[in-house]
Design a protein around this ligand. Structure first.
Ligand code: ZN
Length: 310
């Protein structure tokens, strides 16, 4: 069966948040600015620049407000931040972020470990964030990101019906967007197609993004499955860095450069210049000495057909 793939797709770079949060060495703010600037230069137009959690909890991400301010100076860059609670949302609104992503874990065990709240308590917090957003008059969008949507290291199976109940609950609470995340690499292309299709029926165009980790090597296959059911926005981190401190064994996000390569090879426009992106990845490897970067494109290089095309 031939499927109509979207002609365009958006890659949201999440390395500065999802990637760096699991890395102990604090990256200096200047370097993060250089990363944002170079990613922008390579054609990336959506970046999650950090997280508004308590700085003492995550010193690596304490400079998020500064990074939002900087990123907002780049014309046309859509700037996302992660927020765990109302206080974080208020900081994101004050900073002028374009979107605040609220992580919710469909696994109750992961939710309690990661956020110290049940999934439904997070939904209630989203309603409070929506009220704060509306009262502030800000245009900031609220995205509810349902994590461990395909299974959980702590809990094991996560029922698709529960994931979809939470998608509906987030929308009812006032989330403008919802997304599904395979936080620990349990998804496979079949489960991705099925769950995204069902979520689409609930959320329509408000189903915003797919977030895959390459823990078991299936991230790109999962992207392809999501593309086939019409998803056209994907989170990715440069060099495939990232993981989850509360999901033991979880390795990195799908590598931005490998994803951009796959989409380019399939003639799906992302606006990304692969040569520039690979040059940035090389710089990133010098910025993170001792950290393992992932991804196949950086090892093999661009095939001649694409190297000349971009
Ligand atoms: Zn992730």
């Amino acid at each position: 069966m031939a499927c109509q793939l979207p002609p365009r797709a958006v890659i949201r770079e999440v390395g500065l948040r999802d990637g760096l949060q699991s890395i102990a060495t604090v990256m200096p703010t200047d370097r993060k600015r250089a990363w944002i600037a170079a990613a922008f230069d390579a054609g990336v137009r959506e970046i999650e620049v950090g997280s508004f959690v308590r700085p003492r909890l995550l010193p690596q991400l304490a400079d998020t407000a500064e990074l939002v301010a900087y990123a907002k100076t780049l014309p046309g860059l859509f700037v996302s931040v992660l927020v765990p609670n109302l206080k974080g949302a208020q900081r994101a609104l004050a900073a002028g972020a374009d979107l605040l992503l609220v992580p919710l874990s469909a696994s109750r065990a992961h939710s309690l470990a990661n956020l110290r709240k049940t999934p439904d308590e997070v939904v209630a917090e989203v309603a409070r964030m929506r009220a704060a957003r509306d009262a502030s008059g800000a245009k900031t969008l609220i995205e509810g990101g349902v994590g461990t949507a395909f299974g959980c290291t702590l809990q094991g199976r996560v029922e698709p019906d529960e994931v979809l109940r939470l998608v509906q609950a987030l929308l009812d609470a006032g989330a403008d967007r919802v997304s599904l995340a395979d936080t620990v690499g349990f998804a496979d292309p079949q489960s991705v197609a099925t769950l995204f299709e069902r979520a689409r029926r609930i959320a329509g165009d408000r189903l915003w993004c797919a977030h895959f980790h390459d823990t078991r090597g299936l991230a790109l296959a999962n992207v392809y499955a999501a593309l086939q059911v019409g998803i056209a926005r994907f989170d990715a981190s440069l060099g495939g860095i990232g993981g989850c401190p509360h999901a033991p064994g979880a390795s990195g996000n799908v590598a931005t450069e490998d994803l951009a390569f796959m989409l380019a090879a399939m003639d799906i426009d992302t606006g990304i210049d692969l040569t520039r992106l690979l040059a940035l990845r090389k710089r990133l490897s010098t910025w993170l000495p001792g950290e393992t970067l992932h991804g196949a494109l950086a090892r093999a290089g661009l095939p001649a057909t694409l190297a000349t095309a971009v």
